[in-house]
Ligand binder design. Structure first.
Ligand SMILES: *[C@@H]1O[C@H](CO)[C@@H](O)[C@H](O)[C@H]1NC(C)=O
Ligand SMILES: *[C@@H]1O[C@H](CO)[C@@H](O)[C@H](O)[C@H]1NC(C)=O
Ligand SMILES: *[C@@H]1O[C@H](CO)[C@@H](O)[C@H](O)[C@H]1NC(C)=O
Ligand SMILES: *[C@@H]1O[C@H](CO)[C@@H](O)[C@H](O)[C@H]1NC(C)=O
Ligand SMILES: *[C@@H]1O[C@H](CO)[C@@H](O)[C@H](O)[C@H]1NC(C)=O
Ligand SMILES: *[C@@H]1O[C@H](CO)[C@@H](O)[C@H](O)[C@H]1NC(C)=O
Ligand SMILES: *[C@@H]1O[C@H](CO)[C@@H](O)[C@H](O)[C@H]1NC(C)=O
Length: 615
């Protein structure tokens, strides 16, 4: 604060006597907000490094202080002003120092607004960009000093403090928000970047350059993991490549695509630090479509059950090509597991609302017929609980729900209990009251969300050992605030509701284990949450163990989804202590994250396969 005050005092003193030049580094200062915010400044000089449709960027000689950026955004969409300057011009200008943001959940951009008296002092100057990975490298683990709490940036609740309210001097060697902020407006070069996700709907690309990274998986993406002391590592060393400033278009990419070297300016927008490339990078290489067939062995052992779980993204009879593709995955890449937990099966007529009572709410599982075609005749049956209309969230009219697909030659529903109705609460009886039946479906925790579906099974030809299962699809993460936003920790939308849902599932599992401590119980599906958000999963402590842990899967290979800067795991499988004592295998089968283009992705989630032993 001392530095800021002295700069301000100095400036005010000078303004009182005569107009003096203010430098870019004076304006940027050493923290998030400009010490000169709101002031009219004169004679700001810099060389034009980049031009876009809503302004240009200038750069001056660097400061000795690594926290202070020497680049600056000049905001104007006035075409005549933009026409006045060219890249390489050394300009002088006046204007107001703004901290611009769209809302208080995101960080603000330090910029000059309403620029005036723009004078070109010389032309054809060059600015040598700093090379990221050589001159400076981003920190690899933490976003912000304010992400305190045992789960780091995933700690609950969110928004216990705000970056710009605290606004202390930057610590760019420790925290990535501070690192990128210290380069705000600067021209940088990112050598040979590697892409970690498909392009987003705006053609923007998350990538990392040739600098140290953590969480790297075998495909070249970066997985959300926890470090050795349990701090969550959400890949702050990545940057998003924005729309090229010269109007060229970024290429279409996949996880692991390598791009040519990018030069551009660092600009915060839409809640993230971007590099705005001067021109589009080209693809150096893309990975071939892998053949991620499960290696899980088939077994004729009647103690073994092979489980699949798969969020099939709004599957309905209205899209035969979608059903066909999902059936191919189950038949050829999952190799026909005995029991498949599916999420997001829709009504027969898809999202179309049906005015004629429950006419279309039943799902005719055409996928079963298609699997038979693709597997050379393996027959699946299916079982579901028909939901009430529009009470479970998801696509309006679609009534997404969980269902079990099962190979009747290998596994059968145990006992004679009836299938439950939408509002029937399942409970342990001799086996289960409903088979399958929903868990506490009228509980407020399930409001506008999918009710968990419990069932009990036994192996055909087995010795009568039972397997209790719960198929989950918890409430989505929609909303929330940016990982790179002002609110720390970021708001994890729906976390409280997901925790309440996990609690109901946990209570149900406890009620089974209270009757039989050795019961085989398995809970799987789309939890819409990372296990590193430990408070959400607290109710499983002591009763359910994550199968990925038991199987010893490397943490960087635990992902079923890609979102922004992370390859991440939303889909999980947990088992009861008696199952955990026997061998467990798990594989995440990356049929969708390894697709060779976004349009070839069949679901946004990858399916998984696990093998457990009942005896
Ligand atoms: C405009 O810029 C020129 C060149 O830097 C400078 O000499 C002049 O004083 C400026 N005028 C105002 C009103 O700032
Ligand atoms: C700047 O360089 C371009 C060619 O790169 C040349 O056409 C132009 O005359 C130069 N301008 C000045 C002011 O030197
Ligand atoms: C974040 O917290 C601040 C300070 O308590 C509050 O003013 C603001 O409304 C909160 N924002 C959100 C989105 O909850
Ligand atoms: C990285 O890019 C440089 C050019 O900027 C090139 O010489 C080098 O071969 C590239 N490295 C790899 C591993 O592609
Ligand atoms: C496993 O079963 C599937 C069909 O159920 C079959 O296509 C495959 O060849 C079997 N694999 C082995 C190793 O037996
Ligand atoms: C599935 O439905 C959700 C919720 O409406 C929607 O966001 C998503 O885009 C849909 N996906 C497909 C492939 O239709
Ligand atoms: C249920 O969810 C809806 C929509 O998300 C919301 O408007 C309503 O207030 C919620 N009701 C309860 C009892 O939580």
């Amino acid at each position: 604060m001392k530095t800021q005050f002295s700069a301000l005092t100095f400036l005010l003193a000078c303004l009182a006597t005569e107009s003096v030049s203010v430098s870019i580094t004076d304006i940027q200062g050493n923290s998030f907000l400009s010490p000169l915010v709101g002031q009219f400044v004169q004679g700001v000089q810099g060389i034009v490094t980049a031009k876009g449709t809503s302004g240009f960027w200038i750069q001056s000689p660097s400061s000795d202080d690594v926290r202070v950026s020497n680049g600056l955004s000049i905001f104007t969409s006035t075409k005549t002003i933009l026409a006045q300057v060219n890249m390489g011009d050394l300009v002088s200008l006046n204007g107001f120092v703004n901290e611009f943001h769209t809302d208080a959940t995101v960080l603000s951009v330090t910029e000059i607004g309403s620029p005036s008296n723009i004078t070109v002092l010389s032309s054809n100057n060059t600015v040598t960009p700093i090379v990221l990975g050589v001159d400076r490298s981003p920190p690899t683990q933490l976003y912000s000093a304010l992400d305190t709490g045992p789960n780091g940036f995933l700690s609950l609740p969110g928004n216990t403090s705000q970056v710009e309210a605290v606004n202390v001097p930057l610590q760019p060697s420790l925290y990535s928000l501070d690192f990128w902020e210290s380069l705000e407006g600067q021209l940088v070069t990112v050598p040979n970047s590697t892409v970690i996700n498909f392009q987003n709907s705006f053609g923007e690309i998350w990538a990392y350059g040739e600098w140290p990274v953590t969480g790297k998986n075998s495909r070249g993406g970066l997985t959300l993991t926890a470090n050795l002391v349990g701090q969550v590592d959400a890949n702050p060393e990545t940057i998003i490549i924005g729309s090229p400033l010269d109007g060229t278009k970024n290429p279409k990419v996949t996880i692991g695509t390598k791009l040519t070297t990018i030069t551009g300016v660092i600009q915060y927008q839409f809640g993230f630090y971007y590099i705005m490339p001067l021109t589009a990078p080209a693809i150096v290489s893309s990975l071939p479509a892998a053949s991620p067939t499960t290696i899980t062995p088939n077994s004729t052992d009647a103690c073994v059950v092979v489980i699949g779980y798969y969020n099939v993204e709004n599957l309905s009879s209205t899209s035969p090509s979608h059903i066909n593709a999902i059936a191919t995955h189950i038949a050829q890449f999952l190799r026909t597991p005995d029991l498949v937990f599916v999420q997001e099966i829709q009504d027969n007529n898809g999202p179309t609302e049906c005015d004629l009572g429950p006419c279309a709410r039943v799902t005719k599982m055409r996928a079963c017929e298609m699997i038979a075609t693709w597997s050379g005749g393996v027959q699946y049956s299916s079982v579901e609980v028909i939901p009430e209309n529009d009470q479970d969230g998801g696509e309006p009219g679609g009534n997404i729900r969980q269902a079990y697909l099962y190979r009747a030659d290998r596994i059968k529903l145990a006992g004679n209990s009836p299938v439950g109705g939408a509002l029937d609460a399942n409970s342990p009886s001799a086996l289960l009251r409903f088979n399958p039946g929903r868990i506490d479906p009228t509980n407020a925790a399930w409001n506008d969300s999918r009710k968990s579906l419990a069932a009990v099974w036994e192996r055909v030809g087995g010795n009568g050992e039972r397997l209790f299962t719960v198929n989950v699809h918890h409430t989505a993460k929609l909303g929330g605030s940016s990982e790179q936003g002002n609110l720390r920790p970021p708001i994890n939308e729906g976390a409280d509701q997901r925790a309440a849902q996990v609690t109901l599932v946990g209570n149900f599992v406890k009620s089974i284990l209270e009757k039989d401590i050795f019961a085989n119980v398995l809970v799987a599906g789309d939890f819409n949450e990372f296990v590193q958000t430990t408070p959400v999963f607290k109710s499983f402590d002591g009763i359910l163990i994550e199968a990925d842990e038991l199987a010893g899967l490397p943490p960087v290979e635990r992902y079923t989804y890609a979102f922004d800067m992370n390859n991440e795991q939303l889909d999980h499988i947990f088992v009861s202590p008696s199952v955990a004592l026997r061998p467990v295998q798990v594989e995440h089968v990356h049929v969708n994250q390894f697709a060779t283009s976004l349009t070839l992705q069949i679901s946004d989630h990858d399916p998984s396969v696990a093998t457990i032993r009942l005896c």
